[in-house]
Design a protein around this ligand. Sequence first.
Ligand code: ADP
Ligand code: ZN
Ligand code: ZN
Length: 738
Amino acid sequence: MILGVAIDTPLRRIFDYRVSAGQPSPPHGGRVWVPFGRRRVVGIVIEYREHTEVPAGKLRDIHACIDTEPVFDPQLLKLLLWSAEYYRHPVGEVLAAALPAALRAGAPLREELRVWRLTEAGRRQAMTQLSARATRLRSIVEYLAHRDAAPASDILQAAGASMEALHRLAARGFVEWQQPVAETASSGTVHPGPSLNDAQQAAVEHIAACLGGFSALLLQGVTGSGKTEVYMQAIAAVLARTGQALVLVPEIALTPQLVSRFRERFDLPMAVLHSGLSDGERLAAWRQAQLGQVHIVIGTRSAVFAPLPRLGLIVMDEEHDPSFKQQDGFRYSARDLAILRAQRLDIPIVLGSATPSLESLLHARRQPETLLRLPRRAAGAKPPRLSLVDLRNQPQTQGLATATVQAIDRHLRDGGQVMLFLNRRGYAPVMFCPGCGWTAQCRRCDAHLTVHGRGTQLACHHCGNRQVVAELCPLCSTMLKPVGQGTERIEETLGLMFPGVALARIDRDSIRRKGELEAVLTRINDNEVRLLVGTQMLTKGHDFPNVTLVVVLNADQGLFSTDYRASERLAQTIVQVAGRAGRAQRPGEVLIQTEYPDHPLLTKLLTGGYEAFAEGALQERERSGWPPFARIALLRAEAPTPAAAMQFLHAARDAAQAGGLLACAQDTNQSALRGLRLLGPAPAPMERRAGRFRAQLLLQAPSHGPVQKFLAGWLPILETLPASRQVRWSIDVDAQEL
Ligand code: ADP
Ligand code: ZN
Ligand code: ZN
């Protein structure tokens, strides 16, 4: 028999192998060891066939079956195969992306549910009894001496040992294994939540009534309106029907509060999947989900592929968040795949946001019965008051207008907390020579180096390149000057303006280690810290009940971007930061500093809120033919020279022309490709990055049918173009950033 095997390589095809008669045949969706070139790799069986095109002399046998049961259930496997097709990504890489690393490397499915620990004897005698030369065994013992228990893959990786070493220690009575007990020991109760207000009650009832069938519901509620409460009570209804729930969130490290609220409410086995897990922990969580032992999985983007045999409801919190779209490799949209998964399983999905994506708003407009609204804040807090600070007519100190400083002072004296948002970390965005106009540029990118460490370091935010600052201009020896502000500098300025007021900065430079964010959040909640400066990190779902004033320092950055999505992102960010103010009893105030107070985006936001903005933005997108009224795909290329990247894209365009693909698009009788256009090629907005030149070619069509049809014909041609060998290229279907 012939097996079609998916292998984790960039080649867009599956590979044929033979199973000799008499050998056990691996299950569909199960893993096998196969020879691949000179290596031995793990593959996943996705087809059985009688025949193959591969000549008999080249056809190879599989080495061994790893699994006796599939690693993906049939539904999930179908979804993944569909995704590979839709995103035009190599199927082996797609399947690999959905598996924990340990399983990709061939770890046994069952073994990993166990955790290993030292026995009493192991703890007391192993080190004295083991020979000094048994270094691997000794490192295992050492590793385990510092912890309670650990999954085998973690131990073996840390000790550089094999499973056999672990078994040898077990045979001598130094180690033993057990099933992990942590999660299964919980009592299985769901604690009652607060009694819901009418809007929440209606939302929960609506979701509960939808259980057992597909619907994509948008839960639109201002920050603090009690969306999380709605999720939890809807999930309680699913659990009561013995279903499982999947909760997708943008970033778990930034929202420890959400996970702890779930843990407090649900005294049930629960798994949290995020990037901070070790391979062993991830595998254990994944397996518990697959076996149906956990009732709730909370996870980030890739958890959309978590195996859940009794899945009854999917919740996606902050559905507008850009992190749900993978930006490299397998460029999938977790939101779109979550909706598709719900559809195929015939279960509801709830998409929650205070600032829904235009895609979701359009869907809700077309199917009004899917829109659930929470118009008011749950705990009775008033919505914040937004106003603009016109930067054109008043003096500024390091980016802070006089009116802003006065407002900060007033709120501090009234006992409030103040939060300043600036979407730029570091000290200053530019190092400048007042003598000759020289600026510090990255050697490898078309970008300024950002000044860090109060002016002592320079770093490129695009390629990570770092260097020490010279004090004097390399051209004219004038003293260099940092220009503009980043969070570090605002922190410094506030420290000088408000001496004695405790201050905290929250950005990727100040919050590095696990636990640091929690520590700062606690100090803020205890009112120990009165002034907060931060980046995007501040906008991600934290509750700051004592904050009474929010200042948005540089809204203007996003007003004139060329990216069609920039204004949507800016409006979402402003509304999200604004929502952090006055969540408790005190009313909040929000100041937005701008040099363009008449800009329609700002005036719409101020007078009509996010909805008025979104209404205008949707009209704009419809007029100009951008998503959600159209579908796009972006062909990107990068190369050591600008010419090579452009050459490839020109060749790609020409190939479409020559292959008749574009002619079809213009021919109205060829309805399959109607309305499809290629725009470009053009250099990327930041052409040079990390020493490579980047260019792109945009594909636009009225719907995804033509895009798919076109790509199916085009990509195989691209792979054979001679110019493709000079470049790295990729296709981004439904690209979010241009
Ligand atoms: P969101 O997820 O929309 O930001 P949350 O669910 O976090 O809103 O609710 C905001 C605050 O209001 C939380 O402190 C929550 O405990 C509280 N809350 C939510 N619903 C209720 C309710 N029905 N009664 C009382 N307090 C509530
Ligand atoms: Zn100079
Ligand atoms: Zn750089």
